[in-house]
Design a protein. Structure first.
Length: 945
DNA sequence: TTTTTGCATGTATCA
DNA sequence: GATACATGCAAAAAG
């Protein structure tokens, strides 16, 4: 039987390239590798390359391994078909099924198993080419080849790279020389032999049996699930780890490592390979090895020695410093330290005899979890814990998930700036199966014995998002603090919490708590921050800001996933209410799609909650509540209160500078203001959740609503007299306003043509607007031309003739609908919107510009559409008379926005505007009326719906 | 036309 | 300044 496998045509050593003349020709006899391939040895250069060959070309008799290396049992040939009957040993020889089983049993019992060659407990394979490899002839040690060029020992595979030296330490341990570890003198790796001279030092070392996972046979082997014989590459890594002698076993690090994980292990036989737990399960040798895996974090500056949040706050959460093995950096970034929970331990270690060695973890980025199916691996982690790869194509890698399902990935790298970027390809099925998304965490561990790679996962949680959002500078609510402070018990069992902090790019919990724990009095009062009242002091804010700057781009990107953003809606809004432009900040006007936005270079400041009201006269007031007496005091509009405020701080009103002073607002007025404020807040929420409302509304009115939304009026629909912010703050990640939610041009998910989401509606509306503008411009041009023509033709005509009137004057002769349309498009053409457009102040604005200036479109009708629920609410609560009270009330009384029933509102609006309207041109009034009527009609449609 | 693939680039972080 | 990494982008491949 001939297996159609690739046959080497020539020596793959670029320095050699000797052609292969056939079976056994110029090539030395090969030896089978675990993968089922043959390693060939070039007679010319003396290097060996792993190649696939026809099994009947290199027959068993020639390769000399047909007998079991342990018991001498006659085996089948090395063809794939008979592969199940033996186990290929990487270093040569084969192992029969019986020995495989025995080996497994011995391994499980903790006995040292002479895994490869029974005759030799110590295979010394270092040295020059003239050294005899102990216990084995050169040809019988397939992984070992002498580099004849430099007379050094070189071990190569098909990629023409020197690779591992496998040392059998006490019959069990092997070691993998890793280039970077050799370079790292601090590792104190104690090798058994003088420094190894390596051929082709410029190339990375490769572990043994690299071919094992590169061939299809490997997959089949994995399916056998024999933990003993299934010596995956990771096994070699683990074995290599065990071969390191460490000089730190009994020093302070050991103690610190012990303190890192305190809780007893879950199962007597399930060992998380860290800390003192190892003492009961591992041999002293192993213990010494493992201890170094969990070196204590370097002490932080100012970090309290007694407060270890990992230990005190999250006893169920194990923050394991990963094994300091591998070829990569000996110190992985803390954000990759695996945080493994008891639950995950249990989940992973289905085999009670297994030892879990957490390796690293990674928070999935958007691209990781995306459809592209590539998971970017931290370089250091990939180099440390995954099999070494020398070619960009990498190698297949089988990783088992916590459910026991095996996933086959391609582990590879891309050259990147003289470095490498490691990726796992083909992760989409796994990601989807586990329902992972950006922000979730994937953990990689290794099961000992067996060295099998396993991956766990941890879903992101609300808290993750919240913390991340805080770190992102986008959220500062009491939620986090109350969670952290008040629900320690919950947090302690909350695996995602710590992870989330980690996910926020090293916002380590110790840091989080260091802040207050290190304060002089250990005051944690700010953790109990009242939603609107007290809040983190300036230092706290600085702390958060400082932390937020540490957020990596990856965190920024995935943290505000759509769902999370929606979940954060309320707290985001709450935070919004506390945001004010910095007093000294001057906005930069930016144009986004022809609309004007204010951008602030300086971050907004957190202010004490205040309520803005507007009087019938149009004057605005700011009301703030005393932290002592809870009375509401009036403040000047521009004042920003950024800290605790009491009546005694009221330097603007001497009459109210004491808590004993009576409240300016009557209880009824106060109630009305607060009710409307709350209602406005709720409806503002509906702005953020516009999609829901849109879905419920009649399509014919969506356009109007979308228009209102994009004009910034939906959120301010109830702000006729109550407003919370004076400006739309700078857009931030997570902002769900109509502008921010739109994907970049051409990006984002495809929407159905009938989709009624606000994005699609906005796009349609904008298209509509565009067409309207185009039409309008054309119309204007035609009119202008006609006008000029007529003017020229009638230039002798007396003034006052209709034909000589300006286009604007001509407008007044149109029918009302045309006028309204013109008015609207004129405003759209203006392109400047005020996010805080206020009907009551519109007139002033217009007054400044004069009647010749285009006026903001009347949004009364649109607001009416959107404010219908409030109307109902007002009606139900008997607040319809409020408008009347406003009109007749004292000037000092807060004027509650007229939110009466429809007719009342219209009347109120007309009343309120009327005084100014009279000063305007009659035709302009007609325009507004027409527009209002038109919008009223659409509002009626909504009501009918 | 869509998906895959390989590389380039921008940004955040680290030393 | 160097490095790591998330993601954009264009070419290639596949459907």
């Amino acid at each position: 039987m001939a297996m159609p496998m690739a046959v080497a045509k020539r020596c793959m050593n670029p320095a050699c390239g000797a052609p292969a003349t056939g079976a056994g020709g110029d090539w030395r006899k090969g030896w089978p590798l675990r993968s089922g391939a043959f390693a060939l040895l070039c007679d010319k250069c003396g290097l060996a390359y792993e190649q696939f060959v026809f099994c009947d070309i290199f027959h068993l008799k020639e390769s000399g391994w047909r007998d079991c290396s342990f018991c001498g049992k006659r085996l089948h040939c090395g063809c794939v078909a008979s592969k199940n009957s033996y186990d290929l040993l990487d270093s040569g020889g084969v192992q029969c099924v019986t020995c495989m089983k025995n080996s497994a049993a011995q391994s499980a019992s903790g006995q040292v198993v002479p895994k490869l060659f029974p005759c030799q407990n110590n295979l010394r394979i270092f040295g020059k080419s003239d050294e005899v490899l102990s216990g084995r002839k050169f040809e019988q040690s397939p992984s070992l080849v002498l580099d004849s060029r430099n007379d050094d020992l070189a071990i190569v595979n098909k990629s023409n790279h020197p690779f591992l030296v496998k040392s059998i330490e006490a019959g069990q341990s092997s070691s993998i020389l890793r280039q970077k570890e050799i370079e790292n003198g601090s590792r104190q790796i104690k090798w058994e032999q003088p420094p190894l001279s390596i051929g082709d030092m410029g190339k990375p070392f490769l572990t043994r049996s690299q071919s094992a996972l590169e061939s299809p046979q490997c997959t089949r082997r994995d399916d056998n699930k024999d933990p003993t014989t299934d010596s995956t590459t990771s096994e070699s890594i683990s074995e290599a780890c065990l071969s390191m002698s460490l000089g730190i076993a009994n020093n302070g690090n050991r103690m610190e490592a012990t303190s890192t994980v305190e809780r007893p292990i879950l199962s007597p036989t399930t060992v998380i390979a860290e800390g003192r737990e190892l003492t009961t399960a591992l041999s002293p040798f192993q213990h010494a090895q493992r201890a170094r895996h969990f070196l204590t974090r370097p002490p932080r500056v100012g970090e309290g020695a007694v407060f270890d949040p990992t230990r005190d706050m999250f006893p169920h959460l194990r923050v394991a410093r990963p094994p300091a093995e591998g070829r990569g950096r000996n110190q992985l970034l803390p954000r990759y330290w695996p945080r493994i929970t008891d639950q995950e331990l249990q989940q992973i270690s289905g085999d009670s005899n297994s030892t879990i060695v957490p390796l690293f973890e990674k928070v999935l980025s958007a691209s990781d979890a995306g459809r592209i199916g590539r998971l970017v691996l931290p370089k250091a982690c990939a180099e440390a814990y995954f099999p070494p790869i020398s070619q960009p194509e990498g190698r297949p890698l089988t990783i088992q998930d916590a459910r026991g399902k095996e996933w086959h990935f391609q582990f590879r790298f891309w050259p990147n700036n003289n470095s490498r970027m490691y990726v796992l390809e083909g992760v989409t099925p796994c990601i989807q199966s586990l329902q992972l998304q950006a922000g979730d965490t994937v953990t990689f561990s290794r099961i000992e014995p067996g060295g099998k790679l396993v991956m766990g996962f941890r879903k992101a949680t609300n808290t993750d998002s919240q913390i991340s959002a805080i770190a992102n500078g986008s959220l500062l609510s009491e939620t986090l603090f109350s969670t952290a402070n008040d629900n320690l018990g919950v947090v302690s069992g909350y695996p995602g919490f710590l992870q989330s902090i980690k996910g926020a790019a090293d916002l380590h919990p110790s840091s989080l708590y260091d802040h207050h724990m290190n304060s002089a009095d250990g005051d944690v009062s700010w953790l109990k921050a009242d939603k609107f009242g007290s809040r983190p002091d300036e230092g706290s804010l600085q702390f958060l800001q400082k932390r937020s700057r540490n957020i990596g781009s990856k965190s920024r990107r995935f943290l505000m996933d759509a769902e999370d953003a929606m979940e954060l809606k309320l707290t985001w809004e709450e935070a919004q209410e506390l945001l004010r432009p910095a007093p000294t900040a001057k906005p930069t006007i930016v144009m986004i799609e022809d609309y004007e936005f204010e951008e602030y270079d300086e971050p907004p400041v957190f202010a004490k909650r205040s309520i803005f009201t507007i009087r019938a006269t149009g004057e605005q007031d700011q009301w703030i509540q005393c932290d002592d007496c809870s009375k509401w005091r009036r403040l000047p509009l521009t004042v920003i209160i950024a800290s605790k405020w009491t009546c005694t701080d009221n330097s603007w009103d001497p009459k109210s500078c004491s808590c004993s002073a009576p409240e300016e607002l009557t209880p009824k007025e106060l109630q009305s203001v607060l009710q409307q404020y709350e209602e406005m807040r709720r409806r503002k929420g509906s702005y953020y959740g516009l999609k829901l409302n849109v879905a419920e509304m009649d399509a014919s009115n969506l356009d109007a609503l979308a228009t209102a939304a994009v004009f910034g009026d939906v959120g301010n629909q109830g702000t006729a007299s109550v407003a919370t912010t004076t400006k739309h703050p700078r857009h931030r990640p997570g902002c769900t306003c109509i502008v921010c939610i739109q994907p970049p041009s051409g990006k984002g998910p495809k929407h159905n043509p009938s989709c009624t989401c606000n994005v699609c509606m906005t796009v349609r509306r904008r298209f509509k607007t565009l067409m309207m503008r185009k039409k309008q411009r054309q119309s204007e041009r035609e009119e202008a031309e006609a006008s000029k023509k007529m003017a020229w033709m009638n230039r002798d005509e007396p003034e006052g003739s209709n034909l000589s009137r300006s286009p604007q004057t001509l407008d007044t002769t149109r029918d009302s609908s045309d006028v309204a349309m013109f008015d609207k498009t004129a405003d759209m053409n203006k392109g400047h919107i005020d996010l805080n457009f206020h009907p009551a102040v519109r007139d002033d604005h217009q007054g400044q510009h004069g009647t010749q200036q285009p006026r903001p479109v009347s949004m009364v009708g649109l607001m009416e559409v959107a404010s219908r629920p409030l109307d109902n609410y007002m009606k139900q609560n008997g607040l319809t008379s409020l408008a009347g009270e406003q009109g007749g009330g004292s000037s000092s009384t807060a004027t509650v926005p007229p939110a009466p029933v429809e007719s009342e509102e219209r009347a109120s609006n007309e009343l309120r505007v009327a005084s100014v309207e009279r000063e305007r041109e009659p035709d302009a009034m007609a325009v507004d009326e027409a527009g209002d009527n038109q919008q009223d009609k659409s509002g009626d449609d909504v009501a009918a719906t």
